[in-house]
Design a protein around this ligand. Structure first.
Ligand code: HPA
Length: 277
C-alpha cells in the first residue's frame, strides 16, 4: 500500500493546478443523483482522464469527473460518476478517489447509490439512510500489506455510518417533511441483478436494500479515519414472492424521481455535519 502514497504524490499536484481549496466533505454521487451535483457551486471541474491513477468510468449513466466547489457554503469535492467492481476495476482503483479526498483534507465522506428494496415496507423513490452494510462483493480494498500511515491493519467498523450524522439526517428529513427510511445496505458484485432466491437470502441475513457499490469506499473511508454518511435511493422492489422484471431504464427513471428530494435533504444536512450550522 506504500504504492497508494506514491500515487497520491502524483495525483494531488495535478488537482492543485485546478483547485487550491480544502474540501471539508467528499461526495460520491451515485446513479441518477444529478440534482445534488447541480446544487454545487462549481469552482473547478476535472475529468477523470486528466488525473493520474484514476480509473475512467465505463457506465454511461455515470459521467466521469471531479467537481470542486461549495455546497450550502461548505467546501466540497464530488465524484460525478463512480467506479464499480463489475466494470473490472480492482478494489484499490474503486476506492482510490476516497484516498484522494482524504489527502486533500476531507474528513467526511457522503455517499449515495441506487438500490433495490429487500424491506417490503420500502417504496420505489424512497430515500434510505444507510445504518450499516454487509459487504458481499467478495473482495476488500484493504487486502495486501497495510500502510500504517494511511490507517490501521484492522479498522473497526463500529459506527462506520456515523450515528451522529444519522441523527442529523433523520431530524432534517423530519423538518423537511421528507420520508426517510433506514436500513442495512448489502452490495454484491453484480452486474446481473439477483435471483429471487438470492433476494430471499439477503433479506434473511438482515439486508434492507441491495446494490453493487458503496461498501468498498466506506471501508477505505473508515480505514482513513473519515466519518461517513450514506443514502440509498430505492429504485425497485426485490421481494422474492412478487418479483417483477426491471430494466436499467426503469431504475434510472425511478432514481430521478428522488432527485429533488435528495438535493434538498443533502443541501440541508451538509452544513450541519460540517459543523457550520
Ligand atoms: N439489485 C437489484 N435491484 C437494484 C440494484 C441491485 O443491485 N440496484 C438498484 N436496484
Amino acid at each position: 500500500m506504500l504504492e497508494i502514497r506514491k500515487q497520491l504524490e502524483e495525483t494531488v499536484p495535478v488537482i492543485r493546478e485546478y483547485y487550491d481549496g480544502m474540501p471539508a466533505i467528499g461526495i460520491i454521487l451515485g446513479t441518477g443523483l444529478g440534482a445534488v451535483a447541480k446544487s454545487i457551486e462549481v469552482e473547478a471541474e476535472i475529468p477523470y482522464e486528466k488525473l493520474p491513477h484514476f480509473a475512467v468510468s465505463t457506465v454511461e449513466s455515470h459521467a466521469g469527473k471531479l467537481l470542486f466547489g461549495e455546497l450550502s457554503g461548505v467546501p466540497v469535492m464530488a465524484m460525478q460518476g463512480r467506479f464499480h467492481y463489475y466494470e473490472g476495476w480492482t478494489m484499490k482503483q474503486i476506492t482510490y478517489p476516497v484516498r484522494v479526498m482524504k489527502a486533500l483534507g476531507a474528513k467526511i465522506l457522503l455517499v449515495s447509490n441506487a438500490a433495490g428494496a429487500l424491506n417490503p415496507l420500502f417504496r420505489p423513490g424512497d430515500i434510505m439512510l444507510i445504518t450499516d452494510h454487509i459487504n458481499l462483493i467478495g473482495d476488500n480494498p484493504l487486502i495486501g500489506k497495510n500502510d500504517d500511515e494511511l490507517g490501521p491493519r484492522f479498522p473497526d467498523m463500529f459506527d462506520a455510518y456515523t450515528k451522529k450524522f444519522r441523527d442529523i439526517a433523520e431530524q432534517t428529513a423530519l423538518e423537511l417533511g421528507i420520508r426517510l427510511v433506514q436500513g442495512v445496505y448489502v452490495p454484491l458484485s453484480g452486474p446481473n441483478l439477483e435471483t429471487a432466491a438470492e433476494y430471499r437470502y439477503l433479506r434473511i441475513i438482515g439486508g434492507d436494500a441491495v446494490g453493487m457499490s458503496t461498501a468498498p469506499e466506506v471501508i477505505v473511508a473508515v480505514h482513513s479515519g473519515m466519518k461517513v454518511l450514506g443514502f440509498s435511493v430505492i429504485t425497485d422492489m426485490c421481494l422474492p414472492d412478487s418479483l417483477q422484471p426491471v430494466t436499467l431504464e426503469k431504475i434510472l427513471a425511478t432514481a430521478a424521481t428522488a432527485d429533488e428530494k435528495m438535493a434538498k435533504l443533502v443541501g440541508e444536512v451538509v452544513p450541519k455535519i460540517a459543523g457550520i450550522k
